[in-house]
Design a protein around this ligand. Structure first.
Ligand code: SF4
Length: 255
């Protein structure tokens, strides 16, 4: 995609949603860090449901340690991989107390040194909690960047590096939220909703998905033509079926 098209791409996403943010609920950087760790291979909605009552009581790493791994596991058991995640959350809370005075560090290296924190989690925390211009590439961002031709890449690292390079100001800070939300609600994995997409003319994905009513019409036309061709085939079969007389006149076995 050319530079002016990239600008226009984000300008339109920004116009549609001027203040995008993460859908994970939290009230401080520590809760955000915990929520992002819990959200790996789980939906934000399921994390919010588990974390709402938890975060009413737990706002700091020390409170998480007081809660303990077993009760944490019980609180998050509806979330996938909860055993490993509970272990990581307890271990990272301990590390925050031991090495960072109970605060969430602001550097990528320190964040990624915490248990259960990878590059994507560090990017989300740096961006959402501390306002840094980072580009967290999750499954939605990866798909949108490749499908549209915005920042194609074979790996999440490649896509992130391209986004770093091409996203212009003033969109750098919120770019990853726009891309996630676009992928989650419009450019969906199984059926992108191209007919209501604000960047349809900039996107290189083909074929574009038609509006539901047009798809219904073309499905009906297709099944209609399948029906008539089935009827034609049946007629041909009936016409070519041997008559009783003819079949009787034919020897069924050699004499
Ligand atoms: S036009 Fe379709 S494929 Fe392209 S970004 Fe929009 S929804 Fe996705």
């Amino acid at each position: 995609m050319k530079r002016d098209q990239v600008f226009e791409f984000f300008r339109r996403l920004a116009e549609a949603n001027p203040s995008p943010t993460t859908e994970l609920e939290s009230s401080n950087p520590y809760q955000l860090l915990v929520a992002v760790v819990l959200s790996a291979q789980a939906t934000d909605a399921s994390v919010n449901i588990a974390c709402r009552p938890l975060f009413e009581r737990i706002r700091k790493p020390a409170q998480m340690l007081d809660l303990g791994e077993e009760r944490l596991r019980e609180a998050i058991k509806a979330i996938g991989l909860f055993n490993t995640k509970a272990k990581n959350v307890i271990a990272l809370s301990r590390a925050l107390i031991d090495h960072h005075g109970g605060e969430v560090p602001r550097s990528r290296e320190e964040l990624q040194a915490l248990p259960g924190v990878g590059r994507k989690t560090a990017n989300v925390v740096l961006n959402t909690a501390f306002g840094e211009e980072t580009f967290a590439v999750d499954t939605h961002v990866f798909r949108v960047c490749n499908r549209t031709g915005l920042a194609p890449g074979k790996t999440v690292d490649e896509v992130e590096a391209k986004l770093e390079k091409i996203v212009p100001q003033p969109f750098r800070r919120d770019a990853h939220h726009w891309l996630i939300l676009h992928g989650r609600y419009t450019c969906k994995a199984r059926l992108p909703e191209c007919w209501r997409c604000p960047v349809i003319d900039l996107c290189r994905y083909k074929p574009k998905t038609l509006p539901p009513e047009e798809r219904a019409k073309s499905n009906a036309a297709r099944s209609g033509s399948r029906g008539s061709s089935a009827a034609r085939t049946a007629k041909v079969r009936t016409a070519s079926k041997p008559t009783a007389g003819r079949s009787r006149s034919r020897p069924t076995r050699l004499p």
